[in-house]
Design a protein around this ligand. Structure first.
Ligand SMILES: Nc1ncnc2c1ncn2[C@@H]1O[C@H](COP(=O)(O)OP(=O)(O)OP(=O)(O)O)[C@@H](O)[C@H]1O
Ligand SMILES: [Mg+2]
Length: 279
């Protein structure tokens, strides 16, 4: 009787794992602790949001995932590998629109990091056109950034990041400088892009509403230094549910969790919509 060889299939772990991450800045004023003992896991296809008040260390955490800052304690791993430096598998989209060099056309802006990474010009051009098409800017390939609106610049930045085909897209308040209406449109477009492509993103915001609309999972961070206050699932919300009683209730609940230290959330529950509390 023949026996089939035993196949060992490695378990599919999280794409990004942050374990007990403490981040600090050392300067003339001494040591500033930005985050304290922060742990979370991002799975492939997640729209994972870091939500917390100004100064709680969201950007610092994103920079650490980007490989620009080394944790004082704890570890960060992408697909099981320790993060030690920036890499093309993690691309950051910032809030500032001046992230687009003004002397380059839209297409050249998208091509630039591809060329810098060794992609040949014809392929870089093809990829740039493809991604500009995806964000609805095919007609603006030859335009210069100063001729674009804020929302269009944000779309170029997203196209440029996605053209790099990163393992994870890191977004630091990418829509914060936009007016409310454009911000809404951008959230909508990001959602459709995600539905179409299914990329993984780590999204930073201090807007509760934006977190609920954009994210499928939200990590709530306490004020400075950032510690994990709670983690919750928010996949049931989108722009269409904004304003519904459930959305409003979640909004108020998160507000209390963030800003009322006496508010204690219930213990972790297995239900998909449950709040899980970390301390
Ligand atoms: N380069 C730096 N040198 C020293 N301290 C810094 C530096 N950058 C940030 N900090 C400090 O680290 C803490 C976290 O800052 P961070 O920018 O990560 O907060 P944030 O949550 O992104 O805030 P915001 O919502 O305002 O963008 C703050 O106390 C801030 O003053
Ligand atoms: Mg920030």
């Amino acid at each position: 009787m023949s026996t089939l060889p035993l196949q060992v299939v490695p378990p599919q772990g999280p794409l990004l794992r942050a374990e007990h991450v403490t981040l600090e800045y050392t300067g003339a004023q001494g040591v500033v602790r930005a985050t304290d003992d922060v742990s979370f896991e991002v799975h492939r296809g997640d729209r994972f949001v870091l939500l917390g008040p100004s100064g709680c260390g969201k950007s610092t955490l994103l920079k650490a995932v980007g490989g620009f800052i080394t944790p004082r304690a704890g570890s960060l791993r992408l697909a099981g590998r320790p993060i030690t430096a920036p890499g093309p598998d993690r691309i950051v989209v910032f809030q500032e629109f001046d992230q687009l060099p003004p002397w380059k056309t839209v297409e050249s802006n998208v091509m630039f990091p591809l060329l810098a990474g060794g992609v040949k010009k014809p392929e870089a051009r093809e990829r740039a056109r493809h991604w500009l098409g995806k964000v609805g800017l095919a007609r603006f390939a030859d335009a210069y950034p100063h001729t674009l609106s804020g929302g269009m610049k944000a779309r170029v930045a997203i196209a440029r990041a996605l053209a790099m085909q990163p393992e994870i897209l890191l977004m630091d308040e990418p829509f914060a400088a936009l007016d409310a209406l454009t911000r809404r449109t951008m959230q909508e477009q990001l959602q459709s892009l995600w539905e179409e492509i299914g990329f993984t993103m780590l999204f930073v915001t201090h807007s509760i509403e934006e977190a609920l609309v954009v994210g499928n999972r939200i990590l709530l961070l306490s004020p400075h230094p950032g510690r994990v206050r709670a983690e919750l699932n928010s996949h049931q919300f989108d722009l269409k549910s904004a304003g519904s009683p459930e959305f409003q209730a979640a909004n108020e609940r998160i507000h209390r969790l963030l800003f009322d230290p006496s508010h204690v959330a219930p213990a972790p529950q297995p239900a998909p919509h449950a709040f899980a509390v970390h301390s």
